[in-house]
Ligand binder design. Sequence first.
Ligand SMILES: Cc1ncc(COP(=O)(O)O)c(C=O)c1O
Length: 448
Amino acid sequence: MSTPLTSQEISELTARYTYGTWRFQKNWKPLHITDAEGCYFIDGNGKKYLDFSAQLMCVNLGHKNKAVIEAIEQQARKLPFIAPGFATDVRAEVSKALLEVLPKGLEKFFFTTSGTEANEAAFKIARMVTGKTKIIARYRSYHGSTMGSIAATGDPRRWAMEPAGKIPGVIFGPEVNCYDCPIGHTYPECDVACADYLGHMIVNESDVAAVILEPVVGTNGVLVPPKEYMPRLRKICDEHNVLLIADEVMSGWGRTGKWFAVDHWDVKPDILVTAKGITTAYMPLGLCATSAKIASYFDDHFFSHGHTYEAHPLTLAPALAAISEMKRLGLVERSAELGDYMGKKLNELKTKHPSIGDVRGLGLFWGVELVKNRKTKKYFNTMSDKVNGVPTMVDKICAELMKNGVFLVSWVSHFVLAPPLIITKDEIDFGIQALDNALVMADNEVEV
Ligand SMILES: Cc1ncc(COP(=O)(O)O)c(C=O)c1O
């Protein structure tokens, strides 16, 4: 019998033979994780970490939910795989469960194995149905890593693919960011000109098939639009016969205190894309949900899309269990309730730390933006720093938090707080206390 590998060997082998995503490979020392339970995960030395971002904002039910694990086990015994051309119990049951929780009017589903692929499906479907080509996206966005979804990604992860490594026909408009408005306006005097500008783009571009957006922007800042924005955009799209695609890969599944973020404004997208929390991330599943009108188009037109693993039974079984667990545990309501608590605590931090420029969020989904100078809104780092491997202030703070047993996701100059929806008030307090202590690093570098 061979001797088991040490944690250090496991980390070294992982780094030597496999790619670390979205990073320089040199100096990558991935932490060896051996176990996880509830809101915590544990490393090879037995050290416990509070998962304050639910990994990549996806483990919404927390780690090792028993019902979801059992559903996977049972499905593996019953029917682990059958080609997508066949009907299965689980596919029919998930479809019925989705109809209950998705915004009304989304009635036909295409299942993928990631959010990325679900967006690819959305683009192809939008182009086939409308016969038009262009997709309008926004700069502060992430829609996935493949050629279509990276083309629609506004953030700097797209830069390395410019210009050849992405599909043509995607153009960018301004995001809604009331803290640091890209067109220099102030809400409410602006009357959400950023939404109207997307209408201006549609008219001037012509040939626009769809507008894609994250109703609450995730990794790029937890940007919550003012109440007029989504209904205005819905109206603009209707007026110009353009499809509205809501990318709820991150904002769905109770994250914002509603089943889906669009529910906050009662807006019905033509296509809703989701993934992550759909299976609480235990199995790779994405969903592209389309309106009845889109569905009927394909009754008499060739649906030119598919994957070997479409509607894979092992990915659908945990979705059914996750929806049922969300309901049993009342997690959508819990997200709204505890989200208010978390927001209050974070706003208290803002009064204490001069390096916090903005705190914003909905439900258990919060962004904390750091600035060197509150008056000028000068950030500690730039997007170029991020893709050039410069250690950012938020990265340094996250490293300090890890030392103190808290895992938190950051991007260029903000943190994304998105714990499992089962988190308790005590656990929120613990995470926020750790952030409170670590923020001193940024406070010390604030311009006076
Ligand atoms: C809003 C949004 N869309 C799409 C994706 C891509 O999903 P995946 O990583 O499952 O391919 C992500 C991933 O973080 C996301 O946050």
